[in-house]
Design a protein around this ligand. Structure first.
Ligand code: SF4
Length: 327
C-alpha cells in the first residue's frame, strides 16, 4: 500500500529540561536509598506518564503532608513549595527532600531580597499554578501581589508606587511577559526587576524553536499534559507565529488521526516535562499511517545539568554548565 507522505519537522530543543530531569532523579534516588514507598507532594512534574512511571517504581503521590506517615520520606515537587511546607514536614518528623528547580529557587531568593530591602513584589504569573503558590508563599501575606496579564496593571493596588519590584513565573510566554513588564514600567517607572524576566532557559529555548518552525508547517503538535504551563504556552506561541492548527496532545494514544487530513508538514515538539519517548511514540505511530520524512530544526544546544541534593549523591555531584546558543 502506498502511504501518503508526511514530513515531521522536529523542534529542538524539546522535552525534558534540567530541572525536570533532576526532580525525577531525586525521587528515583530516594527510592533506591529509602525503599518503597517514597511520598511525593503533588505531581513531581506536570506529566501523567512520568507520574505513572514513578508510581510503578514505588512513589506515592499525595496532596498534602497530613497524608504522609511520621518518619517517611517526602519529596517536594519541581514547582517549589511555600515556606510553611518544609516547616510542617519538620514538625511532623518527616524526612523531606526538595526537588524545587534551582531556577525557581532563584526567583524565591530574588523575592526575599526585594522584601528585605522594603519593596512590595508584583509576581507576574498564573493564579492557581503551584509555582505561583510556592513563590507567593516565601513571604508573609500581602508582600507579593499577583498580576496575570497586562490588562490587570491598571487595577493593581499597591502600598507605595515608588517602592516596588517584580518577579515572574519561570514558564510564561516570553512575548506576553514582555508586554506585561512594559505595562508595569509605564505605570510604575521606578519598579525594580531582573535584567530581563525570570523565564527559564528551557522555556525560552522551546518557544524559540516553535517560532522557528511555526510558519513552515501545516500543523503543529505539542506533546505535554494539559496542566503543564510551559507546554500550553508552546501551543499559544505556535498559533501566534502563524500556525493556527496547533494542538496539545498527552501521548500518541490520544491522537485523533483525522486531524492530519491535509497536513503534509507537521511540526512536533514536547514541553519541558514530557520525555522524548513520547515523541518517539508519536513518530512510530505516524510511520504506520504515512511515508514519514524527518527534518530536525535546532535553534539552541542545551547542556545545563543541576546537582542533586548532597544527601542523595555526595560522591557524584555534577557541575552546572551553561547552554550554548546556536547562531
Ligand atoms: S521548565 Fe525551567 S524552571 Fe521549570 S523545571 Fe524546567 S528548567 Fe526549571
Amino acid at each position: 500500500m502506498i502511504l501518503p507522505k508526511l514530513t515531521i519537522v522536529l523542534a529542538g530543543p524539546r522535552g525534558f529540561c534540567a530541572g525536570v530531569d533532576r526532580a525525577i532523579q531525586i525521587v528515583e534516588r530516594a527510592l533506591e536509598i529509602s525503599g518503597r514507598p517514597v511520598y511525593v507532594r503533588h505531581e513531581i512534574v506536570h506529566n501523567r506518564f512520568v507520574v505513572e512511571q514513578l508510581e510503578a517504581k514505588g512513589a506515592l503521590f499525595v496532596d498534602e503532608l497530613d497524608q504522609v506517615p511520621e518518619g517517611a520520606t517526602v519529596v517536594f515537587s519541581a514547582h517549589g513549595v511555600p515556606k510553611a511546607v518544609p516547616a510542617d514536614a519538620l514538625r511532623r518528623g518527616l524526612n523531606s527532600l526538595d526537588a524545587t528547580c534551582p531556577l525557581v529557587s532563584k526567583v524565591h531568593r530574588e523575592a526575599e531580597r526585594h522584601f528585605e530591602e522594603g519593596r512590595q513584589i508584583i509576581l507576574i504569573g498564573h493564579g492557581g499554578h503551584p509555582e505561583v503558590d510556592g513563590t507567593m508563599g516565601q513571604l508573609p501575606p500581602g508582600a507579593v501581589v499577583l498580576l496575570e496579564d497586562a490588562e490587570g496593571v491598571d487595577a493593581l493596588v499597591v502600598e507605595d508606587e515608588n517602592n516596588l519590584a517584580y518577579c515572574t513565573q519561570t514558564t510564561l510566554s516570553v512575548d506576553e511577559t514582555e508586554s506585561v513588564i512594559a505595562a508595569l514600567k509605564a505605570r510604575f517607572p521606578t519598579i525594580s526587576g531582573p535584567r530581563k524576566e525570570d523565564i527559564c532557559y528551557a522555556t525560552t529555548n522551546r518557544q524559540a524553536a516553535v517560532k522557528a518552525i511555526a510558519g513552515d508547517v501545516d500543523a503543529l503538535m505539542v506533546i505535554g499534559s494539559a496542566n503543564s504551563s510551559n507546554s500550553s504556552r508552546l501551543v499559544e506561541v505556535a498559533r501566534a507565529y502563524g500556525c493556527a492548527r496547533s494542538i496539545l496532545v498527552s501521548r500518541a494514544a490520544d491522537i485523533d488521526w483525522r486531524w492530519f487530513e491535509g497536513v503534509s508538514r507537521l511540526g512536533l515538539t514536547a514541553g519541558a516535562s514530557a520525555p522524548e519517548i513520547l515523541v518517539e511514540e508519536v513518530v512510530a505511530e505516524a510511520r504506520r499511517r504515512f511515508d514519514v520524512t524527518i527534518e530536525e530544526r535546532t535553534v539552541a544546544r542545551e547542556s545545563v545539568i543541576f546537582k542533586l541534593p548532597a544527601a542523595l549523591n555526595p560522591g557524584k555531584q555534577r557541575a552546572e554548565s551553561a547552554e550554548t546558543a546556536l547562531g
